[in-house]
Design a protein around this ligand. Structure first.
Ligand SMILES: [Zn+2]
Length: 364
């Protein structure tokens, strides 16, 4: 372009660049190539240094990370406390949106002083830095020289929770009622999960009710939720909330299920490539599936135990209950009870203690 437009080039460090003869142009191109070579070598050196720093677990500089001082190594206590609380609440089964609300309510902001958003908080919580791990280009390369804010176990469990594809983050999919799907029809030949629907119309006021899909039982939503909540809080007041067992505290079933799902995929690949026979494939998937179901059950039990732990040691259970989000309340209900609705004389949707069977759930 310079040649075409007769532009005269004067470099800062080299001499004047003349483009009038072939030899001059060759010289100019060489100058350009050498300059580019120097610049590339320099950036390779910079990249290599950054990688070495990361592998040695040293801070790579840049913006002040949340919960640390600008040196990237010294923990800023106030922020670290907020962060630990956020990890704990996620472990306890609270939703990310709820954890974000609670952080904001506690006066916490991001490292730049902006209000937390759920997506920013998610990015922060997923950062391996808080488990004391150094990364390079997104991959974990080793332990960091700075101390973590939480232990690796906690961080990995929260990562599994936040990256679980089954985790419902869109309100459209999430259950919007306290008992839907976790309350069942008591008829032996039915046993289906009850959902919320509307009743009334034709001159009568429309009301929300829990109903078995085959219509065996029907109960006023407001009255049933009130009754079940009262029974639950009275039970917790009387019995106290059982502390988590050591096993429940350390259990990280999310990782087990990830591992097993990975094995299922590997088996499928082996079968597709003809490495294993159809019989071997079927037998293999049967075993892995059985173990997966077991791990899923353990995972559900651990989530329930953690949900209950939110209620532990609070002075006023009613106040604590009001402060919980719907997901956590549902987790507490599932942890404690199997709830069944007993058919009443047809059309009656009032709530009578005889019409609601609350059996302690297994393991609670
Ligand atoms: Zn039914």
């Amino acid at each position: 372009m310079l040649e075409r437009n007769n532009v005269e080039v004067v470099t800062v460090k080299a001499a004047k660049v003349n483009l009038s003869t072939a030899a001059d142009r060759l010289n100019a191109r060489l100058l350009g190539s050498v300059a580019m070579y120097e610049s590339e070598v320099k950036s390779e050196r910079v990249a290599a240094a950054a990688e070495r720093r990361a592998r040695e677990g040293r801070f790579s500089g840049g913006m002040r990370p949340y919960a640390y001082e600008p040196d990237g190594r010294t923990i800023r206590d106030a922020e670290a406390c907020h962060l630990r609380a956020a990890y704990e609440r996620l472990l306890a089964g609270l939703s990310l949106a709820e954890v974000t609300r609670q952080l904001t309510a506690a006066g916490s902001t991001s490292s730049t002083g902006r209000p937390w958003t759920t997506s920013h908080l998610r990015t922060v919580l997923l950062s391996p830095r808080f488990a004391g791990l150094a990364t390079h280009k997104g991959a974990i390369v080793g332990e960091s020289e700075w101390p973590g804010v939480v232990d690796r176990e906690t961080w990995e469990t929260v990562r599994a929770i936040l990256t679980d594809p089954a985790r419902r983050t869109t309100p459209g999919n999430a259950p919007r009622h306290l008992l839907s799907g976790i309350t069942f029809c008591a008829r032996a030949d039915c046993g289906r999960a009850c959902r919320v629907s509307t009743t009334g119309g034709a001159g009568r006021a429309r009301r929300l009710v829990y109903r078995c899909p085959r219509g065996h039982v029907i109960r006023s939503k407001a009255l049933l939720e009130e009754y079940v909540t009262e029974v639950t809080l009275a039970y917790l007041e009387r019995e106290g909330v059982r502390p988590l067992s050591a096993q429940e505290q350390v259990v990280t079933p999310a990782r087990d299920t990830d591992l097993l799902r990975g094995r299922l995929e590997a088996l499928a690949v082996d079968y597709a490539e003809g490495v294993v026979t159809r019989e071997q494939f079927l037998a293999g998937t049967r075993t892995v599936r059985a173990r997966l179901e077991e791990a899923d059950r353990a995972s559900v039990a651990a989530t329930h135990a953690r949900a209950l732990s939110v209620m532990q040691g609070v002075p006023d259970l009613h106040v604590a209950w009001d402060g919980l989000d719907l997901d956590t309340r549902r987790a507490v209900m599932r942890a404690l009870w199997r709830i069944e609705l007993v058919p009443q004389p047809s059309g009656k949707s009032g709530v009578h203690p005889d019409g609601v069977r609350m059996t302690p759930a297994e393991g609670s």
